[in-house]
Write a new protein. Sequence first.
Length: 246
Amino acid sequence: MTNINKKIRMKNNIMPVVKTSVLSRSESVSKAVKTIIENDIALQDAIRREYGNLSAIARMIKPKVEENLQRKVNLQSVITAVKRTRRSYCRFFEDVRIVIANSVINVRTDVAKLSIEKTRRSLLTTRKLLADYQEEFLQVSESISAITLIFDQKLFHEIYSLFKKEDILDEKTNLAAIIMRSPLEITETPGCIATFYNQIFRRRINIYDTTSCFTDTIMIVKMEDVGSAFSVLTDLISEARLSQQK
């Protein structure tokens, strides 16, 4: 075999291996970037709503990418991966945007919260409450060990007296209920409720209780925070509606 033929064979054998290795490294960076962004709601929001600088985001997560891959990576490859992720998130959040644009928000002020230990006695009392107070605002959620009641504050003493003191786990007054009423599509669209929560979280507002009932998402906050929470959620709906008109 001549030297020329040997060189051709070596070239033909080596080049595909090098190309595959480069592609594999690129894919691993993309996967690492995707995983980091998927675990950070704030980053997702910044990318989706385009107020985050993609290069700055890439620089910020680059050390984490290197930690996950246990090797140094090129900044440009991280920037490229972030841009790819943005395209996929924009497609994903389009469905979320449609649901939010068709949602309406209501606020109920002066509500109270009562959490009770779940016993046979407290379950029977709660069922009677639901029957007796059908025309009042009364929200019931049940877990393995507790029952939580959200209701008009004017009924607080009346409802409190129906339970034994030793069964009461927690009580709060001067709260407000924010009720997001969304179209039926919310039941099949991931990310909608998380988007509501994220907007409130960004204002550093604590949600004392939350529940989802069919197409309604109910969030309980302090009376002093309800104005700010209402404002940020209204802005979210307005922004989604404007995006639909473009």
